[in-house]
Design a protein around this ligand. Structure first.
Ligand code: SAM
Ligand code: SF4
Ligand code: SF4
Length: 335
């Protein structure tokens, strides 16, 4: 067990398995920046599945319990079920999860993911309306994704849906999304639009806060608070007697840095101690080069015990300095 400067454990690793994506969401990979000239990582730079499994095995004694595979779009990596299998059966990670835009989730893929030990799936879906979908993400296929959501429930029992809410863009979609999924085993998570990276042109004016979302929902439904789970980054609420629960992730209006037990690994093996950090720790030096693997434990001890990140908490009291920031993109660090 290891603790950082703010007494936070290391229990959770989010791994971006690719920085590429087949979507271009405006809040993450706007198409004018992530166009044909954008330099994505080369294939040879990506950590192999064997290397990722080795990282997980090495980090487990430090307290690592959960891994989330993300990206970019994680399902663009071929046979990701092979990685999942290794993380569960070889690295013995308690919980392996995935966050995906759902566009590649066929039934066969879902069965393969389940058979290889995947514990749960989170699908990102910001709107049901094609018109709004087109503004949020010029390439989208919300009909296919809505169907995939049903298949995930059939195979995994339940599903989480991430919806990033942007003011005057998709805030009118909150109630239609609830109505569509109201009697399904779903946790619908409303996420405040975050200032991750440098390319989404983030402004506080585009943030639709959890308070605003809750107040809209309150006009149509009775919300009842559910108990807070340890280390959870969201507040969960039930809706009348329905099976759908809603959750609010309020990293702008109500940050949760004091509970943050997570690290992030980019597809090319850079470790970051915070979503908003511009400082990579190069793990690939250790995992691509057998000779240095012995010293990794000491290196990681130092990295985590010196960690004092609390970007979102500080954002509340000081305005982020635009000139000085060099934040890494969401698609690189993994959302
Ligand atoms: N491509 C996959 C997907 O969209 O689910 C996985 C990667 S994506 C970066 C992971 C999550 O980050 C998604 O749920 C996405 O909506 C969220 N996300 C991306 N940019 C964001 C932003 N600026 N603010 C809040 N959430 C964001
Ligand atoms: Fe792709 Fe996910 Fe980013 Fe959208 S949020 S552009 S689907 S990585
Ligand atoms: Fe964790 Fe950084 Fe997010 Fe705070 S801002 S919750 S430290 S990732």
């Amino acid at each position: 067990m290891i603790k950082d400067k703010l007494n936070r454990k290391f229990e959770y690793l989010r791994i971006s398995v690719t920085d590429k994506c087949n979507y271009r969401c405006i809040y993450c990979m706007p198409k004018d920046i992530f166009g044909s000239k954008y330099q994505f990582l080369r294939k040879s730079e990506l950590l192999s599945y064997e290397e990722i499994i080795k990282v997980a095995k090495t980090l487990k004694p430090f307290g690592l319990k959960k891994i989330r595979l993300t990206g970019g779009e994680p399902l663009l990596r071929k046979n990701i079920e092979r990685l999942i299998n290794g993380l569960k059966k070889d690295a013995l990670i308690e919980k392996v999860m995935i966050t995906t835009n759902g566009s590649l989730l066929t039934k066969n893929k879902l069965i393969a993911l389940k058979e290889n030990g995947l514990d749960s799936i989170t699908i990102s879906l910001d709107s049901l309306s094609q018109r709004v979908g087109n503004i949020m993400n010029p390439i989208n296929n919300s009909n296919f994704v809505s169907e995939a959501i049903n298949d995930v429930i059939d195979i995994f029992g339940s599903v989480k849906i991430n919806m990033v809410v942007m003011k005057e863009i998709n805030d009118k979609e909150i109630i239609p999304m609830i109505n569509r999924f109201i009697d399904k085993k779903i946790e619908l998570r409303f996420i405040e639009y975050m200032d991750v990276g440098e390319s989404n042109n983030w402004s506080l004016e585009n943030v639709f806060t959890s308070k605003e979302t809750k107040s809209i929902i309150g006009k149509y439904f009775n919300l009842k608070k559910l108990p807070d789970l340890i280390d959870s980054t969201s507040e969960k609420w039930s809706i009348d007697d329905h099976t759908l629960n809603v959750a609010f992730i309020s990293s702008i209006s109500k940050p949760f840095c004091s509970e943050c037990n997570r690290g992030r690994l980019s597809a090319n093996g850079n470790f970051y101690t915070c979503l908003f950090s511009g400082k990579p720790y190069n793990f690939s030096n250790y995992f691509r080069n057998e000779e240095s693997s012995l010293s990794f434990d000491n290196y990681f001890k130092q990295v985590w015990s010196n960690r004092n990140d609390q970007y979102s908490q500080l954002r509340l009291i000081t305005k982020p300095n635009k000139d000085k920031s060099n934040k890494v993109e969401m698609s690189h660090i993994g959302g």
